[in-house]
Structures are given as structure tokens and as C-alpha cells.
Design a protein around this ligand. Structure first.
Ligand code: SF4
Ligand code: SF4
Ligand code: SF4
Length: 272
């Protein structure tokens, strides 16, 4: 039973967040929202422990589709980075600001870039493409993410400074347009660079938050040097080019790890 401690702990963390927000914000939605996400993630971890091959993909679909279709399209909540800036400027701790605080700013101190591996609706689609393992060496163009980050901030700031009316309506259409652009650019780059995760590595503005915070992550893959035979299989299957055999926090591409567990699955010596 000890091996099932992790999904139980994950669920407990999400339930604490769910109940705390429900009580403090006096809004039952938060109880439903975070309970659903916690249950989906715990279910995925449970399936992974049971060695079910598609465990991660199931969580991606459960959480990703919920956020994209239900929260984004049905509830009209812009959960992209523009939505985060929007709520930040309006000065309320609601929807996207809560989502960013939990999944992308403070959460990564605990679970690293678990969001990227298990919940992001952009990667949910990109991970269906054929280049699960990068076919080309990594490019040195990660600086593009700072441009997209700044562009999203300038876009929303301009709306507020220019006192544009009906910003909520603009935010809804920005969510639609943003997703269409993300998917289009993500798919083109994946084929161009033979790498499903090229968008994540070079373009995604959210990594400006995710990377520095996940550097301190409590949850991380470590290598047992006594068991490791340096076969290199873990590095070959890693979609994010992480040198997972190096246990230091400064390991190559360490802040790129999305906790997908492909390395763990491929290790012949159970060293990870
Ligand atoms: S890097 Fe961006 S696009 Fe990729 S999984 Fe993370 S949040 Fe999603
Ligand atoms: S293969 Fe391992 S090191 Fe690479 S992203 Fe997945 S969990 Fe992280
Ligand atoms: S796959 Fe396992 S044994 Fe091989 S290098 Fe990686 S950690 Fe070591």
C-alpha cells in the first residue's frame, strides 16, 4: 500500500487548496474545480504506479479538455497568460490569477513543471504529434519566450491604459485567437524541428514563471549512482533534453523537466 501514498498525497494537497479557496472566497466553484483536477492527477499517478502505458495522456486529456472547453469556452475564463495579466490589473485574486499562483508560480516549488507534463492543453495536442523524442539537437533560441511574455503583458497593459471598453469580451476572443496561434505555431515548429515540444522549449511565455520556480522543486527525478550503468537510455528518451543522471539542481536543462517519467520507464536498472 505504501506505493499508493503519492496519489493520496497529491489528492490531499489539492483538497487543501480546494477547501481553503472555497472557504475564503465563499465560492463552491473552487471546491469543484480543484477537487476535479486533484482527482484527475491522482488517478493518473495511480495508473502510472499500476504501469499503465497511457496514464499521463489520460490526465492530460482529463485536465486539459476541462480547462480548454469548460473553463475557457463555456465559462469564458481566459486562462492564458493574457487572462492572468487581466485579473492582475483589475486587482482581484480570481480565476486566472489563482490558476497561475497554484499551477505555474508557487505550485512548481512543490511539483516542478508537472503542469507541463500532465495538464497543459497546448501540450495535450502537441504530444499527439510524431516527434516524441527530439529528432534534432536543441536550438539556442529560448530567448523568444521573453518576447512573447513581454508581448502578452504589453497587449493587456495597452487595453487598460487606453481605457478600452468591454475588455472581458476582448479577453474571450484573445483566448480563442491565442489558442489558435499557439496550436498553429506549436505544430509548425514540431515538424520543422522534429520535436513535439519545440513550442515549450522556445516560445511559451509561461516558462518565464515555470523555469525559475521549478529550479527549487521539491519533487524531482533523481539518479541512484550505485545502480546506474551509464547506458544513456534515459537521455535518449527525454523529450526535454534533460541530463537526468546529474543529481545537481544545475543539471543540463534541469528546469525543463516535465516529470513525464519516460526516463524512469526506460531505465533498465531502476536507477531513477
Ligand atoms: S511549456 Fe507552455 S505550452 Fe509547453 S506544456 Fe508548459 S505551459 Fe504548456
Ligand atoms: S524523461 Fe525524465 S528527465 Fe526528461 S522530462 Fe521526462 S521525467 Fe524529466
Ligand atoms: S537509463 Fe538508468 S542506467 Fe541508463 S544511464 Fe539512465 S539512469 Fe543510468
Amino acid at each position: 500500500m505504501k506505493k499508493y501514498l503519492m496519489p493520496v498525497l497529491m489528492l490531499a494537497v489539492f483538497e487543501i487548496v480546494a477547501v481553503t479557496l472555497w472557504m475564503t472566497k465563499d465560492n463552491l466553484f473552487y471546491l469543484f474545480n480543484f477537487s476535479y483536477i486533484g482527482l484527475s492527477i491522482s488517478f493518473g499517478v495511480f495508473l502510472f504506479i499500476r504501469k499503465y502505458k497511457h496514464a499521463r495522456r489520460i490526465v492530460q486529456l482529463l485536465v486539459g479538455l476541462y480547462m480548454l472547453i469548460y473553463l475557457g469556452l463555456i465559462c469564458n475564463e481566459n486562462m492564458q497568460i493574457e487572462g492572468f495579466w487581466y485579473y492582475l490589473f483589475t486587482g482581484v485574486f480570481e480565476a486566472a490569477t489563482i490558476h497561475y499562483a497554484v499551477a505555474k508560480i508557487f505550485g512548481p516549488l512543490l511539483f516542478g513543471r508537472g503542469w507541463c507534463g500532465y495538464a497543459c492543453w497546448t501540450a495535450m495536442v502537441l504530444d499527439f504529434l510524431p516527434y516524441k523524442v527530439p529528432g534534432n539537437p536543441r536550438k539556442k533560441i529560448g530567448w523568444i519566450r521573453y518576447i512573447t511574455f513581454a508581448a502578452s503583458l504589453i497587449f493587456v497593459a495597452t487595453l487598460f491604459l487606453a481605457k478600452v471598453g468591454n475588455i472581458e469580451w476582448i479577453m474571450f476572443w484573445a483566448f480563442i485567437a491565442g489558442n489558435v496561434i499557439y496550436y498553429a505555431v506549436g505544430i509548425i515548429l514540431a515538424y520543422l524541428f522534429k520535436d513535439n515540444r519545440a513550442f515549450c522549449k522556445y516560445i511559451c511565455p509561461i516558462t518565464v514563471f515555470l523555469k525559475p520556480m521549478s529550479y527549487f522543486s521539491l519533487l524531482r527525478i533523481k539518479c541512484n549512482k550505485d545502480k546506474c550503468i551509464s547506458c544513456g537510455k534515459c537521455k535518449k528518451v527525454c523529450p526535454m533534453n534533460v541530463d537526468v543522471t546529474d543529481n545537481s539542481r544545475k543539471r543540463l536543462n534541469g528546469t525543463e523537466c516535465i516529470l513525464c517519467m519516460e526516463c524512469v520507464r526506460s531505465c533498465p536498472k531502476d536507477a531513477l
